[in-house]
Design a protein around this ligand. Structure first.
Ligand code: DSN
Length: 425
């Protein structure tokens, strides 16, 4: 191995561009200074950040390892080959593609592999927990395809599998999608497979939110059931910002051609290398313990919030996130988000199923445990955080903001994100 390394040099940035250096340190201060409860965020490791901030960023490598449209790819090829092998091992997958720049891109590639514009697909509606790219009218997915939408059962707030089957029989979609951004409960992949087989549809699982729990063997895997699984690499998984796809060998060619050249040009090789580093982290027993703790923490947080009078949608969580209905408190999601934010608790307003409010106001909040679990917090801290959220939300006048903010500071001081001293290198 060569010992040559030319990596991020913060002093050089600060000397050349103090304004942007100030943004970089300001964001680190913000991350360290509050409780990060956005369910889709996490704190990636120094090893991943080192790969991300490397000279691999310079390389054009359109194509795939050994089949590039540029010379000089023999070194970056190794990053992609290693990453693909790790993804296949981690998920027991027949094929992997690490090139999508994001989850939306991964989904576009999967649609591109299996559908033509105007084709019909079936997916969960965004207001019920789906995703923009699952057929929302404002997204390419709702503009270019005929998106039929299912939701959750009115009473149980679990996915309504009878509705999924009825809609599949009626519309005969080319693709059935499951997964989303606000689904607290486990998804029955076998049931989706059965429905897809009945109507001869491809089954696509958008596992962006929960793939880290699958990687950590903390919840069942969709891989044996799905034709294709798309995901992001930066949520519970804790890698760099980006997307990825695993699929059955029979779809490998179609998926690869859809990712490049149909949907993207050159891959971001620094990101591909960082994904490979992250996948190595996920293959460790420590990561598996982390994934289990993420769920235990989300459950403790949800129980605590229920005790504060916030109703858990679907009755609780099996994953890393919870959706809370605030209507009994008389506070909107938007106000709850703002009140928590003022005290250093970062979460997001979120529509609940059949929400009477517009999405910009919303009747709920979504909370997640990935980042605070990375900080080493456990169930005890989750109970404390739940009390702080309850206090902040009920505090219309802001008279207790300083008190909650002080408690937040104590928590994050005891469990720092990116603790000092910084690792060498
Ligand atoms: N925006 C992401 C989330 O917060 O869930 C999904 O793309």
């Amino acid at each position: 191995m060569s010992t040559a390394y030319w990596g991020p040099d913060f002093d050089a940035l600060a000397a050349f561009d103090p304004e942007i250096a100030d943004v970089v340190t300001g964001e680190l201060d913000r991350l360290r200074g509050g409780l990060q409860l956005i369910a889709s965020e996490n704190f990636t490791s120094p090893a991943v950040l080192a790969a991300l901030g490397s000279t691999l960023s310079n390389k054009y490598a359109e194509g795939y390892p050994g089949r590039r449209y540029y010379g000089g790819c023999e070194v970056v090829d190794r990053a992609e080959e290693i990453g693909i092998a790790r993804a296949k091992e981690l998920f027991g997958a027949e094929h992997a593609n690490l090139q999508p720049h994001s989850g939306a891109n991964a989904n576009l590639a999967a649609y591109g592999a299996f559908m033509r514009p105007g084709d019909t697909f079936l997916a969960m509606a965004l207001p019920h927990g789906g995703h923009l790219t699952h057929g929302a009218k404002v997204s390419f997915s709702g503009k270019w395809f005929n998106a039929v939408q299912y939701g959750v059962h009115e009473k149980t707030e679990h996915i309504d599998y009878d509705q999924v089957r009825d809609l599949a029989r009626e519309h005969r979609p080319k693709v059935i999608v499951c997964g989303g951004s606000a689904i607290p409960r486990l998804i029955d992949f076998a049931a989706f497979r059965e429905i897809a087989d009945e109507v001869d549809a491809k089954l696509m699982v958008d596992a962006a939110h929960f793939i880290g729990l699958v990687a950590g063997k903390a919840i069942p895997s969709p891989v044996p059931y799905a034709d294709v699984v798309t995901f992001t690499t930066h949520k519970v998984l804790r890698g760099p910002r980006g997307g990825a796809i695993v699929c059955k060998a029979e779809h490998a060619k179609a998926i690869d051609k859809a990712a490049f050249p149909m949907m993207q040009g050159g891959p971001l090789m620094h990101a591909v290398a960082a994904k490979a580093v992250n996948l190595k982290e996920c293959l460790t027993p420590e990561y598996q313990a982390y994934a289990r703790q993420v769920i235990a923490n989300a459950q403790a947080l949800t129980e605590g919030l229920a005790a504060e009078g916030l109703r858990p949608v679907a009755g609780g969580t099996d994953t890393h996130l919870a959706l809370l209905d605030l209507r009994d408190t008389g506070v909107t999601g938007a106000d709850a988000e703002a009140r928590c934010d003022a005290a250093g608790i970062v979460l997001n307003k979120n529509a609940i199923p059949n929400d009477p409010q517009p999405a910009s106001v919303a009747s709920g909040i979504r909370v997640g445990s990935p980042a605070v679990t990375t900080q080493g917090m456990r169930e005890t801290q989750m109970k404390e955080i739940a009390t702080l959220i309850g206090t902040a939300i009920r505090d219309a006048e802001g008279s207790r903001t300083a008190e909650v903010a002080a408690a937040v500071r104590e928590l994050v001081t005891a469990h720092p994100a990116y603790p000092e001293p910084r690792p060498a290198g």
